[in-house]
Design a protein around this ligand. Structure first.
Ligand SMILES: Cc1cc2nc3c(=O)[nH]c(=O)nc-3n(C[C@H](O)[C@H](O)[C@H](O)COP(=O)(O)OP(=O)(O)OC[C@H]3O[C@@H](n4cnc5c(N)ncnc54)[C@H](O)[C@@H]3O)c2cc1C
Ligand SMILES: NC(=O)c1ccc[n+]([C@@H]2O[C@H](COP(=O)([O-])OP(=O)(O)OC[C@H]3O[C@@H](n4cnc5c(N)ncnc54)[C@H](OP(=O)(O)O)[C@@H]3O)[C@@H](O)[C@H]2O)c1
Length: 492
């Protein structure tokens, strides 16, 4: 649908459904503009999408007020609970988010689960516009037999565990096995493989939780297989992350040169980033390591390998049926070429013994409220450049808008675009007219429901506590894991 039609639809819907207006016939602009009152906007989710949307709105509208609702007691979404602890530079975006949160026209409302503590229609009644930026909190299930066995974890839960996500703090994965298998070949799979294989002393100065570090110190995992259903030309990870794996201290790569036969000719025409990535894979698989790499790999006691053309079919139980003891993989071949090639089973299978299976086949958004359209197949809120289809005044940004792929920079671009669309609609008089109570109305509702929101200055107190707890061990912070303890520290 072209933006023109969409606007017309928006306008005509409002014209039909608006409450009667007092006084004589005001102009279109007077009727539908909220310019007399600073626009009250609410954003749901305080990850990169929420913060970048808020940043855009505050920067480009000098009066707009933005409330950011967040279910956790702490802000920043996957920047805190997803980004690997050994990638501290990525977390520098927190400085920009903090500046946004400290703006006099922005407020963080943590500890509020939208869809449970407050409904989206209630937010829509209180604000001129609502932006849903609540990410993709679930993992995609493999839907194979044995997935529920102890010893099988989603990468999402494993990442949440080492990064201090409260709901995963009890995960305690058993790392007493020799071999782990990671299903999926994206950047999350490489994060998980790297954390499993990095010598624990190299993680001691990061913000990994002390509990996770303790388990990793006891780990007996020696080999990690990273399994893809397609081939080397279709891996989803990127070159920087692959290079880190190749250079990981105390480990050596295992790649089968047979997987790379004929690839040299085929990479000539692929886009440059894919070409460079495949060349690195090819060199690692087929050439002798250089002096430096050889010296590092010679004494290596741990290994990681990429296994291609294998699709998970069944998690195999131990003889007593109590836990995972291996994985049955369907051997595949490709139909089609390039990025779009599809993996189809050949009919052969291969069993790979292992004591730990980590499924890293992607994240998934959930529907938030029955009043909000949701596409269960794509796992996104149907939208046109961030405008939620058929719901005037409702917008979305980030992973819930475009699906669970893309780095923080991609999320920034799409969140700015959503902010731009919202401001265009505001200027065009397409948002609800008249004053809106904003947080005052929601605060009363939350209080009547016994919900205790936390503010950004509350977070700054928790932040100071975490930094102070980390100091003794030379860590940037020791994350607080227990919401009750956090509330206690805030005197609640
Ligand atoms: C494991 C992992 C590692 C990554 N590492 C990198 C990296 O190194 N570099 C990089 O550039 N990108 C990385 N990414 C990608 C990056 O994290 C995403 O692009 C980005 O976080 C998406 O932003 P978002 O705001 O849409 O979602 P999120 O970051 O998930 O934020 C969503 C927020 O909404 C909140 N929320 C959810 N439901 C509700 C509700 N009902 N009510 C209120 N609040 C709610 C959540 O608690 C969360 O705070 C990584 C992703 C993952 C999964
Ligand atoms: N350092 C970083 O910058 C960093 C770190 C972590 C995450 N991220 C970003 O976060 C996003 C999410 O990462 P992700 O790794 O979760 O997702 P991803 O990049 O989409 O990778 C998912 C992987 O799972 C595979 N897969 C999906 N369904 C499968 C199935 N049913 N059976 C077998 N394999 C299946 C995919 O293979 P197919 O291709 O065959 O579908 C792919 O290899 C990505 O954009 C990533 O770049 C970035």
């Amino acid at each position: 649908m072209a933006p023109r039609c969409w606007r017309w639809w928006h306008w005509s819907t409002w014209r039909r459904t608006r409450p009667p207006l007092p006084g004589s016939t005001p102009s279109f602009r007077q009727r539908f503009s909220t310019q007399e009152q600073p626009p009250q906007i609410c954003v749901v989710g305080s990850g990169p999408a929420g913060f970048y949307t808020a940043q855009h709105l505050l920067k480009h509208h000098p009066q707009a007020h933005v409330d950011i609702y967040e279910k956790q007691l702490v802000p920043f979404g996957l920047v805190r609970f997803g980004v690997a602890p050994d990638h501290p530079e990525v977390k520098n975006v927190i400085n920009t988010f903090t500046q946004t949160a400290r703006s006099a026209r922005c407020a963080f409302r943590g500890n509020v689960v939208v869809g449970r503590d407050v409904a989206v229609p209630e937010l829509r009644a209180a604000y001129h516009a609502v932006v849903l930026s609540y990410g993709a909190e679930d993992h995609r299930a493999l839907e194979i037999p044995g997935e529920e066995l102890p010893g099988v974890f989603s990468a999402r839960a494993f990442v949440g565990w080492y990064n201090g996500l409260p709901e995963n703090r009890e995960l305690a994965p058993d790392l007493s096995c020799d071999t782990a298998v990671i299903l999926g070949q994206g950047n999350v799979a490489l994060d998980v493989a790297r954390i499993l294989l990095t010598p624990p002393e190299h993680l001691e100065k990061t913000d990994i939780t002390e509990a996770a570090l303790g388990v990793l110190r006891q780990s007996r995992v020696k080999t990690v297989w990273i399994v893809g259903r397609r081939g080397p030309l279709q891996v989803a990870f990127t070159i920087k992350e692959l290079r880190e794996m190749i250079q990981l201290p105390g480990t050596r790569p295992i790649l089968d040169p047979a997987d790379f036969l004929g690839l040299q000719d085929r990479i000539k025409d692929v886009p440059r980033p894919r070409k460079r990535l495949t060349e690195l894979l090819l060199r690692t698989a087929t050439e002798k390591p250089g002096t430096e790499d050889a010296a590092r790999q010679a004494p290596a006691s741990r290994a990681w390998g990429l296994r291609f053309f294998r699709s998970p079919q069944q998690v195999l139980p131990s003889p007593d049926g109590r836990r995972a003891a291996g994985i049955r993989l369907a051997v595949t071949r490709l139909e089609g070429v390039g990025e779009a090639a599809r993996a189809v089973p050949t009919g052969d299978t291969e069993d790979l013994p292992c004591g730990l299976v980590l499924s890293s086949v992607g994240y998934k958004s959930r529907p938030i409220d029955p009043s909000v359209p949701f596409d269960p197949k794509l796992g996104v809120i149907p939208n046109m450049e961030g405008r939620v289809v058929d719901v005037p005044g409702l917008y979305c940004s980030g992973w819930v808008k475009r699906g669970p792929t893309g780095v923080i920079a991609t999320t920034m671009t799409d969140s700015f675009l959503t902010g731009q669309m919202l401001l265009q609609d505001l200027k065009a008089g397409l948002l609800p007219p008249g004053p809106r109570p904003g947080y005052a109305a929601i605060e009363a509702l939350l209080s009547s429901r016994g919900v205790q929101p936390v503010s950004f200055s509350d977070w700054e107190k928790l932040d100071a506590e975490e930094v102070s707890r980390g100091k003794g061990a030379g860590k940037p912070r020791e994350k607080l894991l227990d919401p009750q303890e956090m509330l206690g520290l805030l005197g609640r």
